[in-house]
Design a protein around this ligand. Sequence first.
Ligand SMILES: O=C(O)c1ccccc1N[C@@H]1O[C@H](COP(=O)(O)O)[C@@H](O)[C@H]1O
Length: 205
Amino acid sequence: MTKVKICGLMEAEHVQAAVGAGADAVGFVFAPSRRRVDPAWASELAKLVPEGVLKVGVFVNAPEEEIFTVHRNVPLDLIQYHGDESPETIRRIGLPAIKAFSVRTEEDVKRASDYDVDYWLFDAPGTDYRGGSGRVFDWTLLEKAGIPRERTIIAGGLHPGNAADAVAQVRPFALDVSSGVETESRKDPALIRSFIAQVRERREA
Ligand SMILES: O=C(O)c1ccccc1N[C@@H]1O[C@H](COP(=O)(O)O)[C@@H](O)[C@H]1O
């Protein structure tokens, strides 16, 4: 049963749309991005997220103190490290973790085994920022690298039109989407519902 994370939420209406449509996790970006949210606002948005839906904070090479400060103020369940954070840094911080990897080659995928984290997230290389590029990577590289699917999250260029294919081909733990559920750079409730419906249909097939 593939789960869904809707990332880069900035508005109350969109958090409600995601949880109302059955998202398993929501993401708030604290890294440089047009989707960046202020921690004080994220803590308000977090109040709209019911028990059982995970709240994920996305960081890119943030100082450890910044991560701890945000974590004290926003009730995050998982920290998503979307930069060049080392295994030692993530271990020292000691919070439940997702480590993201930009995938160009099989070697990029294999780097995941250096990280003892809760989930490995595989994404396409970024353009303006480290994530949220809307680009797809070659999913067959995961199979070639022999990565365990039950700890794998797929991201990068997912949208309602390819979500079911990603589930069928990769059978990951979860899909993570940001730009693929936006219209004119804002989250689109109809696309969020459609994305989750595609994954649901596939996982119930
Ligand atoms: O969404 C962002 O703006 C972002 C910025 C910096 C790091 C990560 C970010 N989001 C993550 O990017 C991927 C892919 O997003 P997309 O669907 O291709 O737009 C996803 O893991 C987001 O969590």
